[in-house]
Write a protein that binds this ligand. Structure first.
Ligand code: ATP
Length: 233
C-alpha cells in the first residue's frame, strides 16, 4: 500500500461528490477500479465526463478524494497526468500543432527520446491508426472522424499507463470504430472509456452505469449493459 492508503494499479474514488455552482452533478461515488478495461455509460448529463475528468485531475472533487496509483489527484495532479492520457470528445480541443505528424510528435516533446526514436514511434502510431497518408496534412482540415483518430494517436504515442477516453468514437464510421475497438482490445494500458456506443464495451471487464450523478449499476458488461438498456427503455 502507498502512503495515500491505496495500492499501485488502482483508481479509487472515495465518497466523491461534485458541484458545479449550485448544481450537484456527482453524489457520493465510491469505486475501486483495478480492471484493465472499464466502461462508463449513462444518459446525457448523468455525470460520466465529470467522473472521467477526475481521473487526471481536470476536475477535482468538491467532497471526497480520487487517488490514482497511490497519488491524490487534487494534490499531485502533475504526476498523475504523466500517467494518465486523456482523449477528449471534441478532438479539436486537443489539436495543437499544424500538421498531423507534428501534432502526434508534440506529445513526445518532454520524453527525452533520440530524434530517430521519437520519429519511429510517431510513424508507428500513425500507421496503426491509418493516418500515414495524412501525416503532412493540416490537422485542422481533417474530417471529424480523422481528428478523433489523431486525438487517440497523439495520446497513445506517449504510452501512458492509463488511458481515459471520453466518447472517442462518436464521429467514426463503422470501419474506424472497429479499428478503435481492435486498438482498445490490444492495448496493454489500462483503459477507462465513456461511451454511448454500447457494443464497444461488450468485451470490457467491467461497466459502470451512471444516473443523476450516482452509480446505479456496476458489473460485468452483460449485466450492467442490460441494466442500462432497461433504464433508458
Ligand atoms: N464546466 C461545467 N460547468 C457547469 N456545469 C457543468 C460543467 N460540466 C458539466 N456540467 C454539468 O454537469 C452535469 C453532468 O455533466 P457531464 O458532462 O459529466 O455528463 P455526461 O454524462 O458526460 O453527459 P453527456 O453524455 O451528455 O456527455 C450536467 O448537468 C452538465 O450541465
Amino acid at each position: 500500500m502507498s502512503a495515500a492508503g491505496t495500492a499501485m494499479g488502482e483508481i479509487v474514488f472515495e465518497g466523491v461528490s461534485h458541484d458545479f455552482g449550485d448544481e450537484r452533478v456527482l453524489e457520493d461515488v465510491s469505486l475501486v477500479l483495478r480492471e484493465r478495461r472499464v466502461g462508463i455509460v449513462g444518459a446525457n448529463g448523468s455525470g460520466k465526463s465529470t467522473l472521467a475528468r477526475m481521473i487526471n485531475g481536470l476536475v477535482t472533487p468538491t467532497v471526497g478524494r480520487v487517488v490514482v496509483d497511490g497519488l491524490d489527484v487534487s494534490r499531485r495532479g502533475r504526476e498523475v497526468r504523466r500517467r494518465v492520457g486523456f482523449v477528449f470528445t471534441n478532438a479539436d480541443n486537443q489539436i495543437v500543432m499544424p500538421t498531423v505528424r507534428e501534432d502526434v510528435a508534440f506529445t513526445l516533446r518532454r520524453h527525452r527520446l533520440e530524434k530517430a526514436d521519437a520519429a519511429a514511434r510517431v510513424d508507428a502510431v500513425l500507421e496503426r491508426f491509418g493516418l500515414t497518408d495524412l501525416a503532412d496534412r493540416p490537422a485542422h482540415r481533417l474530417s471529424g472522424g480523422q481528428k478523433q483518430l489523431l486525438a487517440i494517436a497523439a495520446v497513445l504515442v506517449a504510452e501512458p499507463a492509463i488511458v481515459v477516453a471520453d466518447e472517442p468514437t462518436t464521429l467514426l464510421d463503422a470501419r474506424n470504430a472497429r479499428r478503435i475497438a481492435a486498438t482498445f482490445e490490444a492495448l496493454d494500458e489500462r483503459l477507462i472509456v465513456v461511451s454511448h456506443h454500447l457494443e464497444l464495451l461488450e468485451d470490457f471487464d467491467r461497466v459502470i452505469v451512471m444516473e443523476g450523478g450516482r452509480v446505479v449499476a456496476d458489473d460485468v458488461p452483460g449485466i450492467a449493459l442490460e441494466a442500462y438498456r432497461a433504464l433508458i427503455a
